[in-house]
Design a protein around this ligand. Structure first.
Ligand code: FAD
Length: 272
């Protein structure tokens, strides 16, 4: 079982808009040390008086040395986090869950595939690979969003070009959209993929992960070389309450990042 840690007070050092319904916040400890997160792990963030929700870390160090989280406002708690402004306080516990297995990716081409807000937990991976290029092979980043207005980290994605192969697609283009249109899997055709030396990390809506992972395996990647980050409703984050069960897995403890080889059959069962 994961140890239960009480939420510690964190202060919002910075907050900025990503899209109309999504904002990023940088959190610094109100006292003591920054909790030691790794890419792919999540925090339980408590909006005082409203509630607590799981949120991935979207950068391990922000401009103020804190943890960056990107939150899409969908309900009461995420909207309270979306509304935070510099100087506000939250409670934070974690790190929780499994992170991306970057040791497995070392020495390999790294393929990052993010759909919508699913790019958030993948962004620290891009930061890591760009910071230590000698430790990895080629980096490709494929991004999908519903519309151009839903694209998170738009400027930053542009800044990756030249150091990584970057491809972006949207489901519904707006006027003047110069890029690709279609689901993110269509971007795989543009890559010169070497299945034997590629490690793929995928996060987005479940249907997108299912199609992407299956497509990658069809193209020759071993299922264990495809990591996916799965979401289920989480309450305790410590493997006690069972809300995030997926077959034999409790995703707060055994996930959110899991090898596709462990979940391929579970993802085929509707409503599981
Ligand atoms: C491991 C993990 C990491 C996450 N990382 C992020 C992140 O980086 N950024 C971010 O914005 N969100 C993230 N989420 C989702 C976030 O936790 C939910 O959006 C939040 O719990 C919703 O709570 P609420 O009170 O705002 O809304 P609720 O009132 O609880 O729900 C509002 C609507 O959102 C839906 N919803 C709630 N939880 C989820 C979920 N987990 N997946 C899909 N739909 C959901 C509900 O069905 C409902 O339709 C993550 C979830 C998990 C499990």
């Amino acid at each position: 079982m994961t140890t239960v840690t009480p939420p510690l007070p964190y202060r919002v050092a910075d907050a900025w808009a990503e899209t109309a319904d999504t904002r990023s916040i940088e959190l610094v400890p109100a006292g003591g040390e920054l909790a030691p997160f790794s890419a792919g792990q999540f925090a339980m963030i408590y909006a005082f008086g409203v509630g607590e929700v799981p949120v991935s870390v979207s950068a391990l160090r922000g401009r103020h040395g804190g943890l960056v989280h990107t939150v899409r406002a969908v309900g009461a708690v995420s909207t309270a986090l979306y509304r935070l402004r510099p100087g506000d306080s939250v409670g934070l516990s974690g790190p929780y869950g499994t992170g991306w297995d970057l040791e497995a990716a070392a020495g390999h081409d790294v393929l990052v595939v993010g759909g919508g807000i699913g790019l958030a937990p993948l962004r620290p991976v891009v930061h890591e690979v760009l910071a230590r290029p000698a430790a990895y092979g080629r980096l490709a980043v494929l991004v999908g969003a519903r519309t151009p207005a839903d694209l998170v980290y738009r400027d930053e994605i542009e800044s990756w070009r030249g150091r990584a192969r970057v491809e972006v697609t949207v489901d519904r283009p707006g006027p003047g959209w110069p890029g690709a249109v279609g689901v993110v899997t269509t971007l795989l055709d543009r890559l010169d993929l070497c299945p034997g030396r590629t490690c793929a990390l995928v996060c987005g809506p479940e249907v997108m992960m299912r199609h992407t992972a299956r497509d990658l395996v069809t193209r020759g990647l071993a299922p264990q070389r495809v990591q996916v980050s799965l979401e289920r409703t989480m309450h305790c984050a410590t493997g006690h309450c069972g809300h995030c069960q997926l077959g034999p897995l409790l995703l707060c403890r055994d996930g959110p990042v899991v090898g596709y080889d462990r979940v391929a059959s579970l993802l085929l069962v509707r409503e599981l």
